[in-house]
Unconditional design. Structure first.
Lengths: 209, 517
C-alpha cells in the first residue's frame, strides 16, 4: 500500500491491518544464553577475587612493615648515639702455655733492611708543614703527631723481597760465640803410628771461656 | 575490598608515613660514614670481684728506689736492636703472618689466634729477658742527646730514630703481656706491664714534644693491657698498683718550655737582641741573612725532597736579599713606633741600627705569643683549654697579615709555635684514663666486700679513695643499669670519643668456663 493510499485509509481499515500483524516468535538460544551468563559471572568473580587478594596482600605487607619498623624504633628509641663495640676482653679459659720454643736458626738474614721513607701525597693543605716529609723535618713530624696522633708516625712495613717467610733471626752473639768467631781454632795434633806411652802428649785442651 | 581490610590498609599507610622520618634518621645513623657518626666506644668487661691484696702492695707496677740498680736504662734498651734484635724479629713475624699481625693490637683478646701470638711472643723472650727487663731496672735514664743545646736549623733537622725504635719495644712487651694474660700467668703480665710503663716514662723524659707524646702512647698501650688483665678470671686487684705509679706518668712541662723557646734557639735575630752588641752593618746583615734563610726554609719545609743539608744552606741570591731589605724598610717605622710605645728611650731608638730595631720588635712579639701559650702548661685542664684557645686566637691576629698592633713581620711565631692544645689534651687524657682504671678496681674491691654487688653510686665506695676526673675536677660519671655498672668518660671531657666501661660480675658458669672446667 503506498503512503498516499495509507493516508487515504480509514481508521477501520487501519485497525484491521494492524490486527492482522502477528508477532514473530523470538529466536533466543536459551542454553547459549545461560552459558554466557554463567561465563560472564565467573569472570567477574575472579577479577573481584584478584582485586581483593591484592588489597589484602598489600595490607598485610604494609602492616608487617609498620610493625617491624615500630619494633625497630622501639628497641632504639633515643637519638643517643649507639655504642660502637670496640673490645670486650671476655673471660677465657686458660691457654696451654708453650714451654718449649724452637731455637732460632743460626743463619742470619743477609738481606739488608729496606729503608723506605713515608709517602705523603702532595695534596694542597692550609698547613704547609703537613706537606713536608716528617722523617726529615722535626716540625713536620711534630705537626703530624699533634694533629693525627702518634699512630700517624708510620712504622715501616718491611715486606720480604722474595715472598718467602724469613727465618727467625739469630739471637745476640754470646761471649763464647764471639770467641769462636774471632779466635782461630788450635791446630790439630799429629799422631804417631806407634803408641809410645812415654811420649808426651801434644794434644791441647780447648781453652776454657 | 571489605571495610575491615580497607581500614587496616589505611592504618598501615598512616603508621608507615608517621614512622618514616624517624626511621630514616636511624637508618642513616646505622650506616656509618656519611650518616650520623658513632662517637661512643663501649668496652664490656665481665669481671670477678677482687678485694685488696694482702699485703696491700703485693702487686706493683713500678720499682722502689732500693730495687733499682746503677746504670742507664737507654743503653740497655738499645742493645736489643743489633744482631737480629727487635726490628728484625718483628720483620720475621710480619713475613710469616702477613698483614694479620698488624691487626693483632686492635683485636680483642678473645678473638685472637692465640697459638700464633704465642709463637710471635716467644721470639722476644731472649731480648726482653736480657735487655729490656734489665734496662727497666736501671736507676738512670740518659738518651745522650742534648736537644737543649741545639741552635739554628739543627733545632728542626734532628731526627728521632731511637724514639721510633722504642715503639717497637713497647709493642713487643704488649704482645707478651697479652699472651701472659691469656695463659693466666698474671705475675708475668704484671712484670711486663711494669717494664712498659717504665719505658713510657723513659721515652717521655726527653724535653721534646714528640717524645712526650710517644711516651704517653706507650702508657696508653699498657693501660689497655691492664684492662685485659682486669677482665681475666680471678685477676688480682690493681688499685694500689695503679695508684703508686708516678704522676703524671709523662709530664710535658719541660718539653713545652723548650718547644716554646724554639724561635730564639733557631733565629739569632730573636736571641736576646736587646742586650747583644753588634756593629751597624752586622745587625743589618743579620736581618737580611735570617730573612733570606726563612724564605728559603719556608720553601724547604714544604718540599718532600729537602734534606737536613738543604736546611743548613742559605741561598743568598740578590733577589732574596732585595726582598729582605725591602721588607725591613717597610716595617721599620711600625717597629720603631711599638718600641717607643713599650717605653724605649726615643733617642736610643733613633740611634739603633735598623736591623736591631727590627730584631728587638720581633723578639718581643715572639715572646708575647709564647708566654701566652705557656700559661696553659701550669693550670688545670678546663682552664688550660680556655687559655690555649685565647692564645691561639691572639696568635692568628698577630700574624704578618693580622689586625693586631703587635703583628709579626716575619711569620716566625705563627710557623713555629706548637698547637699546644693537642699536646696538653694528650697529657690530661692519659691521666684521666689511668684514673678510670683505678675507679674500676675500686668497684671490684667494693663488690668483693659486698657479696658481688655493685654500689649504686661512687659515694658508697669507702674501701679506697675514688679518684676524680682530672678533666672536670668532679667525680666520674657512674650509674647502675640492672646488674651492669657503667662508668662513662664523656666526650664533653674534651677527649673524643666517649668511652663507656660496662662491667658485669662473672657468674659461676662463666667462671667455670673461663677456668676450663
Amino acid at each position: 500500500m503506498s503512503g498516499n493510499d495509507a493516508n487515504r485509509m480509514t481508521s477501520d481499515e487501519l485497525e484491521q491491518a494492524l490486527a492482522g500483524m502477528v508477532p514473530t516468535t523470538p529466536e533466543i538460544d536459551r542454553d547459549a544464553l545461560m552459558y554466557q551468563a554463567g561465563y560472564a559471572a565467573a569472570r567477574g568473580l575472579a577479577a573481584e577475587r584478584r582485586t581483593v587478594r591484592f588489597w589484602q596482600g598489600s595490607t598485610v605487607l604494609m602492616t608487617a612493615a609498620s610493625v617491624a619498623l615500630a619494633i625497630t624504633l622501639w628497641q632504639r628509641p633515643s637519638a643517643e648515639p649507639q655504642p660502637q663495640f670496640v673490645k670486650a676482653p671476655t673471660v677465657t679459659p686458660p691457654v696451654e702455655a708453650v714451654v718449649d720454643h724452637e731455637t732460632p736458626s743460626s743463619e742470619n738474614s743477609a738481606a739488608p733492611v729496606a729503608q723506605s721513607s713515608p709517602q705523603i701525597s702532595q695534596v694542597p693543605s692550609i698547613d704547609p708543614l703537613l706537606l713536608a716529609d716528617p722523617s726529615k723535618n722535626y716540625l713536620a713530624l711534630r705537626a703530624v703527631v699533634l694533629r693525627r696522633g702518634v699512630e700517624a708516625w708510620p712504622v715501616e712495613r718491611e715486606a720480604s723481597s722474595t715472598g718467602v717467610p724469613a727465618a727467625a733471626p739469630a739471637g745476640p752473639s754470646t761471649v763464647r760465640g764471639l770467641m769462636e768467631e774471632l779466635l782461630p781454632p788450635p791446630p790439630s795434633p799429629k799422631r804417631s803410628t806407634n803408641d809410645n806411652p812415654n811420649e808426651a802428649s801434644t794434644r791441647q785442651e780447648d781453652p776454657v771461656v | 575490598m571489605n571495610t575491615i581490610t580497607r581500614s587496616i590498609w589505611l592504618t598501615s599507610i598512616i603508621l608507615l608515613a608517621a614512622l618514616s622520618p624517624a626511621a630514616h634518621s636511624q637508618v642513616v645513623g646505622l650506616m656509618g660514614p656519611g650518616g650520623a657518626e658513632n662517637n661512643v666506644e663501649a668496652i664490656r668487661l665481665t669481671v670477678t670481684p677482687a678485694d685488696e691484696p694482702v699485703p696491700a702492695f703485693k702487686y706493683r707496677l713500678s720499682l722502689r728506689p732500693h730495687e733499682l740498680v746503677p746504670g742507664n736504662s737507654v743503653a740497655s734498651y738499645l742493645r736489643a736492636f743489633p744482631e737480629g734484635g727487635i726490628e728484625k724479629t718483628w720483620k720475621g713475624i710480619y713475613d710469616q703472618f702477613g698483614d694479620e699481625a698488624y691487626d693483632w693490637s686492635s683485636t680483642p683478646l678473645s678473638e685472637l689466634p692465640i697459638e700464633k701470638l704465642q709463637d710471635a711472643a716467644g721470639r722476644f723472650e731472649s731480648l726482653v729477658a736480657n735487655f729490656i727487663g734489665p734496662g727497666s731496672r736501671c736507676r738512670d735514664t740518659d738518651w745522650g742527646v742534648r736537644y737543649e743545646d741545639l741552635k739554628g736549623p739543627e733545632v728542626i733537622t734532628f731526627l728521632l730514630p731511637e724514639i721510633q725504635a722504642m715503639r717497637s719495644v713497647s709493642r713487643a712487651l704488649s704482645l707478651q703481656t697479652r699472651v701472659a694474660v691469656a695463659e693466666h700467668r698474671y705475675d708475668d703480665a704484671l712484670e711486663l706491664m711494669r717494664m712498659n710503663y717504665r719505658l713510657g716514662r723513659d721515652v717521655g723524659q726527653q724535653p721534646i714534644l714528640v717524645s712526650g707524646l710517644v711516651g704517653m702512647a706507650i702508657s696508653g698501650i699498657t693501660n689497655d693491657n691492664v684492662v685485659e688483665l682486669i677482665a681475666a678470671p680471678d685477676s688480682p686487684n690493681l688499685y694500689w698498683a695503679l695508684t703508686e705509679l708516678p704522676r703524671p706518668q709523662t709530664s710535658l712541662r719541660d718539653a713545652m718550655r723548650l718547644e716554646l723557646a724554639i724561635g730564639p734557639r733557631m733565629f739569632e735575630l730573636l736571641d736576646d737582641p736587646e742586650h747583644k752588641d753588634r756593629s751597624y752593618d752586622a745587625w743589618n746583615d743579620l736581618w737580611r741573612r735570617e730573612t733570606t734563610w726563612l724564605m728559603t726554609t719556608g720553601a724547604n719545609l714544604v718540599s718532600m725532597d729537602a734534606t737536613w743539608e738543604d736546611m743548613l744552606v742559605t741561598h743568598d741570591s740578590d733577589a732574596q736579599s732585595l726582598v729582605a731589605v725591602a721588607l725591613g724598610l717597610a716595617s721599620y717605622s711600625h717597629a720603631k713606633e711599638r718600641l717607643l710605645a713599650w717605653g724605649f728611650d726615643p733617642e736610643r731608638v733613633e740611634q739603633m741600627p735598623v736591623g736591631k730595631v727590627l730584631a728587638i720588635y720581633h723578639a718581643r712579639i715572639y715572646q708575647l705569643q709564647a708566654d701566652e701559650l705557656e700559661k696553659a702548661t701550669y693550670v688545670d685542664f678546663p682552664t688550660a683549654q680556655r687559655i690555649s684557645r685565647q692564645a691561639q686566637a691572639k696568635l692568628q691576629e698577630s700574624g704578618p697579615l693580622g689586625s693586631s698592633a703587635d703583628r709579626e713581620i716575619l711569620p716566625i711565631a705563627s710557623l713555629l709555635l706548637p698547637a699546644v692544645q693537642a699536646a696538653q689534651a694528650a697529657e690530661f687524657r692519659t691521666e684521666r684514663n689511668l684514673d678510670a682504671l683505678r675507679v674500676i678496681e675500686a668497684l671490684r674491691m667494693h663488690a668483693a666486700q659486698h657479696d658481688g654487688q655493685w654500689p649504686k653510686s661512687l659515694d658508697e665506695i669507702t674501701c679506697v679513695p675514688v679518684p676524680e676526673n682530672v678533666a672536670t675536677g668532679k667525680p666520674f660519671e657512674y650509674h647502675l643499669k640492672d646488674d651492669t655498672a657503667v662508668l662513662t668518660l664523656p666526650e664533653s671531657d674534651g677527649f673524643p670519643p666517649e668511652i663507656r666501661y660496662e662491667l658485669t660480675i662473672a657468674d659461676d658458669q662463666t667462671q667455670n668456663e673461663a677456668e676450663g672446667n
